[in-house]
Design a protein around this ligand. Structure first.
Ligand SMILES: C[S@@+](CC[C@H](N)C(=O)[O-])C[C@H]1O[C@@H](n2cnc3c(N)ncnc32)[C@H](O)[C@@H]1O
Length: 154
C-alpha cells in the first residue's frame, strides 16, 4: 500500500486532514518527529473527524527510524523545485511519498537522502510559493491511487 511520510509537521489541522486521507484511501501515514503539536490538539481531532481509528498512523522518532521501519524500495520527495511532475511517475503500491514541514519544506539533507528516488513537483502557476501540505498530499495520493485503479488497501 502507498505510504505517506510527513517529516516534522507543524500544523495540527494538516496532519488531521492527512489522517482522514489515510483513512479513506488506505494509504499508511508515517510521521517523523519532532512534531509541532500534541495529538490531543482540537484542530487535529476536528480535521481528522472520526476517522482516526480507520487510519494506520505510525510516529517515528527520526528519519532513520522511519527508513528502518519502512524498508522503502522507492521514495519520492515532494518539493516545489522537483523536475518530475507527479503525473509522470509510474506509481507502485509500495511507494513512499515524502512531504516536508509547512514552514520550510524538505531540507537539502532530506532531498539528498540516499533513499530518495526522485524529487516530484505538483504543477503550479509561476511565482506561486507552494500548496498547503495536506492539499499536496491529497493531490499526490489520489494520482498514485488513480493509477493503481483505486485497488487494494491503497
Ligand atoms: C507548505 S509546503 C512547504 C513550503 C516551503 N516554504 C517550501 O518552499 O518548500 C509543505 C510541503 O508540501 C509539499 N508541496 C507543497 N506544494 C508542492 C508542490 N507544488 N509540489 C510538490 N510538493 C509540494 C512539499 O512536500 C512541501 O514540503
Amino acid at each position: 500500500m502507498l505510504r505517506i511520510l510527513f517529516v516534522e509537521p507543524e500544523i495540527p489541522g494538516n496532519t488531521g486532514n492527512a489522517i482522514r486521507l489515510a483513512a479513506v484511501t488506505g494509504a499508511e501515514l508515517h510521521i517523523v518527529e519532532p512534531i509541532g503539536f500534541n495529538f490531543d490538539d482540537a484542530h487535529l481531532r476536528r480535521a481528522g473527524l472520526d476517522y482516526h481509528d480507520l487510519a494506520v498512523l505510525t510516529v517515528h522518532p527520526d528519519l532513520d527510524s522511519a527508513w528502518q521501519a519502512l524498508q522503502p524500495r522507492r521514495v519520492f520527495a515532494f518539493t516545489t523545485t522537483g523536475t518530475t511532475a507527479h503525473t509522470d511517475v509510474d506509481w507502485s503500491d509500495d511507494d513512499v511519498l515524502m512531504f516536508g514541514k509547512e514552514s520550510e519544506g524538505l531540507s537539502d539533507e532530506h532531498k539528498n537522502d540516499p533513499h530518495v528516488t526522485a524529487e516530484v513537483r505538483i504543477p503550479m502557476l509561476p511565482a506561486r510559493r507552494s500548496l498547503n501540505l495536506a492539499n499536496a498530499a491529497s493531490i499526490a495520493v489520489y494520482e498514485a491511487w488513480r493509477q493503481l485503479e483505486f485497488t487494494g488497501a491503497g
